[in-house]
Design a binder for this molecule. Structure first.
Ligand SMILES: [Zn+2]
Length: 220
């Protein structure tokens, strides 16, 4: 399965973090991509996710997904709930009620590899508990901020009860594996890069380099 990861869409309604700009898509660009996904020959093998719980998840992404009969997983930062430009608790509940899956992206958008063991455990447990209360159902998936992880982060995620960790490694996500690599869409990607993300076809060398990188992170 190929997992396509989006961030914000349209005009940001909050101050962006350094390096975040390239991941924001224009509304037209986003619609065009969803059309490509909806009409793709490999559609059955494509999944869609959104990180960072921007307000555009609700105002732009949700109606565009529903229009095309698509669904997606939304990974929420609980520390930003109700902040300007971000989803509020009621918005998360609405996404869930509309058939979208809700997962955790942590509390404060922290690089998890830099947190103490205690802080890491709290970040994971707190965000999960809050989202379960909002949705009234179990939350088992986690998207790792900035795709930065190591062995300790993966252990903590398992210990906190998550059954899948979504990364930004790119490549194919396997049904039974705990790590789910994704391709994050940037606004400057070429049509060829987009097609390679959707079809999951990568040059052999690039695929090998990716696999090696994931191995190293899991061992470090
Ligand atoms: Zn993020």
């Amino acid at each position: 399965m190929q997992i396509i990861n989006f961030h914000g869409v349209g005009r940001p309604e909050r101050v962006l973090e350094p390096g975040e700009g390239p991941f924001w898509l224009g509304t037209e660009q986003f619609r065009f991509l969803l059309d490509q996904i909806a009409g793709h020959a490999d559609r059955g093998n494509l999944a869609i996710t959104f990180d960072d719980s921007n307000i555009s998840d609700l105002t732009i992404a949700l109606p565009e997904l529903l229009k095309r009969g698509l669904s997606a997983s939304f990974f929420v930062l609980t520390g930003r709930l109700g902040h300007p430009g971000s989803l509020a608790a009621a918005d998360v509940a609405e996404l869930h009620a509309c058939g979208m899956a809700i997962g955790s992206h942590g509390v404060d958008h922290s690089d998890l590899t830099k947190l103490s063991a205690t802080r890491l455990a709290t970040e994971l447990a707190q965000s999960r508990a809050m989202l379960e209360e909002i949705c009234g159902s179990e939350v088992n998936t986690f998207a790792i901020p900035f795709g930065r992880y190591n062995r300790e982060v993966l252990h903590s995620l398992r210990r906190a009860g998550f059954s899948a960790a979504f990364t930004s490694d790119g490549g194919i996500a396997r049904e039974q594996s705990f790590l789910k690599p994704r391709r994050s869409i940037r606004n400057q990607m070429s049509p060829q890069e987009i097609e390679s993300a959707l079809s999951g076809r990568l040059p052999v060398l690039k695929r090998l380099r990716r696999a090696a990188g994931m191995q190293l992170k899991q061992l470090s």
